[in-house]
Structure formats: C-alpha cells, structure tokens
Design a protein around this ligand. Structure first.
Ligand code: ZN
Length: 261
C-alpha cells in the first residue's frame, strides 16, 4: 500500500509540474496587428502624415495575418491576404467582376518609402500573389537606399481612375482596367505590373502622353529629378528581381515594371 501511495503522490506531483511547465512555455498567440503596433517603427509623428486607410485597418478589430514579412532596421514590409476592409475599398473600383482575377490571387502590401522631401512615408499596394515577395524586396531595397517615391497609395483612393492617380504622381499596381488608349487588358488588371513615379515617367503612345500633365518629361535626353532610365537605381532594383521595364518598349512606358511569372 505504501508503495502504491508513493507512486500516486509522485504521479500527482509530476502531473502538476507538467501543467505548470506547459503553461509557462505555451506560446502566446500573437496577432499581426499587435505585432505591427508594438514592433513596427514608432515613426516621428511630425514626419509621418496620417494615412486614414492604413490606420483604419490597424485600429480595426479585423484581425488579419501577414504571410510574408521583411524588415529594414525598424521598418516592417509585409504582405497579407486582402483584408475585408481593403476589399470594401476596392469593390466596384479597382476590383470589378471579371473572369480572370479574384481576391484570393491578390495580396495587400504595406511598405515604407522616402518621399520627394526625403521624409519617410507609409505606403500600401495591392498586387498579384506571385510577385508579392519580389515587390516587398524591391521596396525594402529602395527604402534602404532612400530612393524617393512621391506616393504609394491604392488607386481606389483616386476612384480607380488611372489618369487621376498618375497626375497625383502616385505609384500603384493592381487595377482591373485596360491599357490606356486600347481595349486590351493591362497587366495591372492581374496585379503583375507596377507604375512608379508616373508623372516624371510617362507612358507615351504615338502623340498621346499618360498622364496628360507629363508633357515636360517626354524628352528623355533631358536630365531631371526622378527620371527612370537604365542607370537609375529603380530600374536596377526591379531588374534584379526579374521585372521587365516598359522604357524599352516601342510605346515607351517609363513608369512601368512588369513580372508575368
Ligand atoms: Zn503600367
């Protein structure tokens, strides 16, 4: 009996120890929104303008999980399945009913960039899942080099109107639309193309220039700030991740980088 009692007590103590041990080591479930709020850069307030769309997502009770993250020092570059809050912004604008692309095939990216005043800004993009990691790498590298990008916001903030977004010199990727001046579906409609600093780097098709306000930047023999050419870091970084540049095309598209696969 004594022996049985000893084993019973030993078993009980062992069980208690095991519970305590497990309790101490149980990994806390960490939500990405918490991670961003606690560990992402605490940027100097006076240099970061409020971007309501991003802040609304971070403040909302909608929890979504980053599936890919990259850091540059304190700055987090992350990609997510499209959150419902972002879908609500895109529905009927950049995302239209179509047989070619669905939200499942797209990703929402949050990045940082330096603007034309050398201030750090938050940016957001929607792109095809197949290029999400490459784009995170591209923007991480451009940020590390302090490459100036005027603005990176969803085209939905411009009613998904490409011309309006370009005139605002906004860098953007996904937009279910045709090629300007054509009925053909753009690679932007599949989220595989991105336009960078479009005002200084217009798309020129015959006598048309997109955006229409970019006529002073048509002459590429001139030297001016934010011009993308084959010696520019933007071109080099995109090319290093396998993107093709529209500046080489017959209809020059200096703002345009695309990766089909
Ligand atoms: Zn483009």
């Amino acid at each position: 009996m004594k022996k049985a009692a000893f084993f019973a007590i030993a078993f009980f103590i062992g069980l208690m120890a095991s519970c305590i041990h497990n309790g101490q080591n149980k990994p806390e479930e960490k939500k990405v929104t918490d991670t961003i709020i606690q560990e992402a850069p605490t940027e100097p307030v006076d240099t970061i303008p409020d971007i309501p769309a991003i802040n609304a997502i971070l403040d909302s009770s909608v929890i979504f999980t980053a599936e890919d993250t990259l850091w540059h020092e304190d700055y987090l570059f992350a990609s997510y399945p499209i959150p419902d809050t972002v879908k609500a912004r895109m529905d009927g604008l950049s995302m239209k009913e179509n047989p070619y692309i669905s939200y499942d095939q797209l990703r929402y990216l949050t990045v940082f960039h330096y603007d034309f005043d050398s201030l750090v800004q938050k940016g957001e993009l929607v792109c095809n899942q197949s290029i999400a990691h490459d784009l995170l790498c591209v923007f991480r590298d451009l940020f590390a080099a302090q490459y100036p990008i005027c603005s990176i916001r969803l085209v939905d903030d411009f009613d998904a109107d490409d011309e309006t977004s370009m005139q605002a010199n906004n860098t953007s990727c996904f937009n279910y639309r045709t090629v300007p001046g054509s009925s053909g579906l753009s690679q932007h409609a599949l989220g595989r193309a991105i336009d960078v600093n479009p005002l200084q780097n217009p798309y020129i098709k015959g006598s048309h220039v997109y955006p229409a306000t970019a006529t002073e930047y048509i002459d590429r023999t001139k030297d001016f700030p934010h011009k993308i050419d084959k010696d520019d870091l933007c071109y080099k970084v995109f090319a290093s991740y396998g993107f093709t540049w529209g500046g080489y095309w017959r209809d020059r598209d200096y703002q345009h980088f695309v990766k089909r696969r």
